[in-house]
Design a protein around this ligand. Structure first.
Ligand code: GLA
Length: 384
């Protein structure tokens, strides 16, 4: 049974209403990590793994949720939305921000489930938030566009789940386009879809199976350190408005102003903003070799300066460097576990992955999961 069939079967089992079916994708990110909340640029794409939602209005004042993956369910009055625990907060966060924005909705039945590995850095939480919001937007005719939905879904993640994330994940999940990467300016939210021409290369994710936990507070801590660093830098660089207007050279010149950790964070951010601009140019020139080198540099920065890697991720990237068939590799997403993203020469993918898998298994006694990625359109209703 496919995941969407499982979701529909679950719906039939629990409810008598007639649902509409939606797909909400996860995302990958080629480059531009931890700078969506620092006025940087990112290059995500929606992927063909995600969460399916079956949703129907039920003409009551009760919202009923069933997670087929977790075999768990709960109900809540739509005018009594409150924080609960675990997965429930991802859907309740959406209802909470709708409330806060005085967007009214009635009762509904909702069953969802997916094929996105949770805690792997593929944005299962954004797929849940964006997918639910998209479904409710169509069912209750809120009239929101995809950018408004991305902003609200981001706020949902800030609310009950408590992760002060940037806009990248929700934006990519809602605005992706098959066979394209999104070049997103996180300050203006201007974006363009750029054709992904990776002809000879596969995008391969290798999952350490170390579950990252952004909610653990480290993510929010990084964000705070950046804010504090920026405020200090602005006292000296009086023309600066954001990290966008500060170069890595200027950060180096102000080293004495910042404590060592804050300095490292600010240096990473400004270097990554510079790297993504260069990466955009290489992508447009179809110069994937140079693009890949920047991915390795990003990993180095995320590992040494931003400190969001872990031994397992570093090991996978070190292994990747041993293979000429891999032109770029790095930790992807929030970090602290999850996946590396690798650009691998197609005809060598199987052999390369087999070699890295066996080295990883030998070292950590865990068999990593491997996904060859396909892109997808942003959240959509499945009709017919
Ligand atoms: C998580 C967050 C995003 C982004 C990435 C790191 O996925 O949700 O907003 O900050 O980490 O690039």
């Amino acid at each position: 049974m496919s995941t969407s069939e499982k979701v529909l079967a679950g719906f039939k089992q629990h409810f008598t209403t007639t649902p509409r079916l939606y797909f909400s994708p996860g995302r990958i990110n080629l480059i531009g990590e931890h700078i969506d909340y620092n006025d940087g640029f990112v290059m995500p794409a929606a992927i063909d793994k995600g969460i399916w939602f079956a949703v129907a209005a039920n003409n009551t004042d009760i919202a009923n949720f069933v997670s087929v993956d977790l075999e768990d369910s709960f109900s809540i009055k739509v005018n009594e939305i409150a924080k609960k625990d675990g997965w429930k907060n991802y859907v309740l966060g959406v209802l909470h921000v709708l409330d806060e924005n005085k967007i009214s909705f009635g009762g509904f039945d909702c069953v969802f489930g997916g094929n996105l590995p949770v805690g792997a850095g593929l944005s299962s939480s954004a797929a849940v938030e964006g997918g639910l919001l998209f479904a409710l937007n169509t069912i209750f005719s809120f009239g929101m566009n995809r950018i408004e939905m991305a902003k609200l879904a981001q706020k949902a993640e800030h609310s009950y789940p408590g992760v002060n994330c940037g806009i990248m994940d929700q934006f990519a999940s809602l605005n992706g386009q098959k066979d394209h990467v999104i070049l997103l300016d996180c300050t203006s939210l201007e974006y363009k879809h750029f054709p992904l021409q990776l002809d000879e290369y596969d995008i391969v994710l290798i999952n350490t199976k170390v579950h990252h936990s952004l909610a653990s507070g480290e993510y929010n801590k990084r964000r705070k350190q950046c804010e504090e660093g920026l405020a200090l830098l602005k006292t000296k660089l009086t023309d600066a408005t954001s990290f966008r207007s500060i170069s890595s050279k200027q950060v180096r010149e102000q080293k004495n102003l910042l404590d060592p950790k804050t300095y490292d964070r600010c240096l990473y951010v400004t270097e990554e903003i510079e790297r993504t601009q260069l990466a955009g140019k290489y992508l447009e020139e179809n110069n994937l070799i140079e693009f890949g080198k920047l991915m390795f540099q990003t990993h180095e920065g995320l590992s040494k300066l931003y400190e969001v890697s872990c031994d397992e991720l570093d090991f996978l990237v070190d292994e990747a460097k041993k293979h000429a068939s891999i032109i770029g590799a790095r930790v992807m997403g929030g970090g602290f576990g999850g996946c590396t993203i690798n650009l691998i020469k197609k005809e060598k993918t199987n052999a390369t992955v087999a070699s890295i898998t066996s080295a990883y298994t030998e070292k950590f006694d865990v068999v990593p999961e491997v996904y060859i990625m396909n892109t997808s359109d942003g959240t959509y209703e499945i009709t017919g």
